[in-house]
Design a protein around this ligand. Structure first.
Ligand code: E4P
Length: 217
């Protein structure tokens, strides 16, 4: 399972990269705005900065919602760095754009996916990644993890190569559950990754080992 970090914060990306388990980064316009990155040129530069920190795919989202606009923006984003994956929303023109990019060898991440039907369309169009937002489904009392299971089942039926990128991961149990179900990738906050480290028996066991070592020396 690949671990992506879902942020545009360079310090957090560096920290995750230094942990040695980071496979990529996802961003979105809200995450860029949260870091105060505004204006086209600053945003493009920020994507390059992220690519220079991480070894792996970096999702950069288009803002346009029409086919022509998405193509223009996506081609510009893809030119920035070989690690860029163009993030395209799950709308009709988005599917057309994903097909266009696929035919041109530009990799895409189909974002804002909330149903199996949408995931099926993204795979048919050739998306490299499909991003079901599990946390946002949980927020409205719908089982986000169940959607991951169903998409896994459908993709395995037809051996689609599109990778299931569990997005809107909010906490450590989401990560573990996605791994059990067989999501190819998860993207979440650094805290969800670091939560995997924690166990009280590890802490107390280590404290005892160190205490016993001190007694013998
Ligand atoms: C996915 O690529 C999105 O950036 C992200 O996971 C959305 O998460 P949120 O629902 O926590 O905003």
């Amino acid at each position: 399972m690949k671990f992506f970090i879902d942020t545009a914060n360079l310090a957090q990306i560096k920290e995750a990269q230094e942990l040695g388990v980071l496979d990529g980064v996802t961003t979105n316009p809200s995450l860029m705005a949260k870091e105060g990155i505004t204006g086209r040129n600053n945003i493009l530069k920020h994507y390059v900065d992220i690519c220079n920190i991480v070894d792996g795919d970096v999702s950069a989202e288009v803002i346009s919602t029409d086919f022509k606009g998405m193509i223009k923006e996506g081609e510009e984003l893809a030119e920035l760095h070989e690690q860029i994956v163009v993030k395209v929303p799950m709308i009709k023109d988005g599917i057309k754009a994903i097909k266009y990019f696929t035919d041109k060898g530009i990799r895409t991440n189909c974002t804002l996916v909330f149903s199996c039907g949408q995931a099926l369309l993204a795979a048919k169009a050739g998306a490299a990644y499909v991003s079901p937002f599990i946390g946002r489904l949980d927020d409205i009392s719908t089982d986000g993890l169940n959607l991951i299971s169903e998409i896994r089942h459908i993709y395995d039926n037809y051996e689609f190569e599109t990778q299931i990128l569990a997005a809107s991961v909010r906490h450590t149990m989401h990560v573990i559950d996605c791994a059990k179900i067989g999501a190819d990738v998860m993207t979440g906050p650094l805290s969800a990754i670091e939560g995997l480290l924690k166990h009280p028996l590890t802490d107390s066991g280590l404290a005892k080992f160190l205490e016993d070592y001190q007694k013998g020396n």
